[in-house]
Design a protein around this ligand. Structure first.
Ligand code: E4P
Length: 218
């Protein structure tokens, strides 16, 4: 399973890159707004850091003409730019347009298998079902991933499933067990993944015992 980082913060992107597990970046208007800097400045910095892996940038228009205008402008910023488009009727039209032009798309705000099926049929490169937000309203978000994975496999759709709205390490491991192609993960969760209390306790004990080993070679 690929690991994308879900952030517009360049420092977090750099830290995730150092771990050597980073396969791409996803942003959204909320994440960009948290940076409190001009949009193009943030985006250009992200694209100078990530040159050879997909970076999803979201359109802000809700009509197909606006989505196409914005998406084409964003696509010019780098060959690794993926245009993130909400799942609406207008959004689906934009996905078909970009697919014909060979520009990659990430269909976002997916909350049902039917929405995912439509996006896959339209030729989305990626689809982003949001698990955390479903959990928040007492649905089991991971059930949606399993349903979409089944539909994808039934008809051999090429769209990659990005598990989005990831809130904890269990979301990540369950995504991998379900066979998702990608999980897009906030930096805090990436950092949590590496930790286990028994690892910390075990390491402390080894270091203490190492002190009493005679004639250490290093
Ligand atoms: C991913 O594409 C979305 O932008 C993101 O995962 C949403 O996460 P949230 O529900 O924590 O805002």
């Amino acid at each position: 399973m690929k690991f994308f980082i879900d952030t517009a913060n360049v420092e977090e992107i750099r830290k995730a890159k150092e771990l050597k597990v980073l396969d791409g970046v996803t942003t959204n208007p909320t994440l960009i707004s948290k940076e409190k800097r001009p949009f193009m400045e943030v985006v250009r910095e992200i694209l100078s850091e990530i040159t050879d892996k997909p970076v999803s940038l979201e359109v802000a228009s809700t009509d197909v003409k606006g989505m196409i205008r914005e998406g084409e402008r964003l696509a010019e910023l780098g060959s690794n730019v993926v245009i993130k488009i909400p799942i609406t009727e207008e959004g689906l039209k934009a996905v078909v347009h970009f697919e014909k032009k060979g520009i990659k798309t990430n269909v976002t705000l997916v909350f049902s298998p039917a929405q995912a099926l439509l996006a896959m049929k339209a030729g989305a490169s990626y689809i982003s079902p949001f698990v955390g937000r479903l959990d928040d309203i007492s649905y089991t978000g991971m059930d949606l991933i399993k349903q979409i994975k089944k539909i994808k496999d039934n008809y051999q759709f090429c769209s990659e499933i990005i598990v989005a709205s990831v809130r904890n390490p269990i979301h990540v491991t369950e995504s991998a067990i379900a066979g998702a192609d990608v999980a897009t993960i906030p930096y805090t969760v990436i950092a949590q993944l590496v930790k286990h209390p028994l690892t910390g306790i075990g390491l402390e004990r080894f270091l203490k015992d190492w002190e009493s080993v005679p004639e250490k070679p290093f």
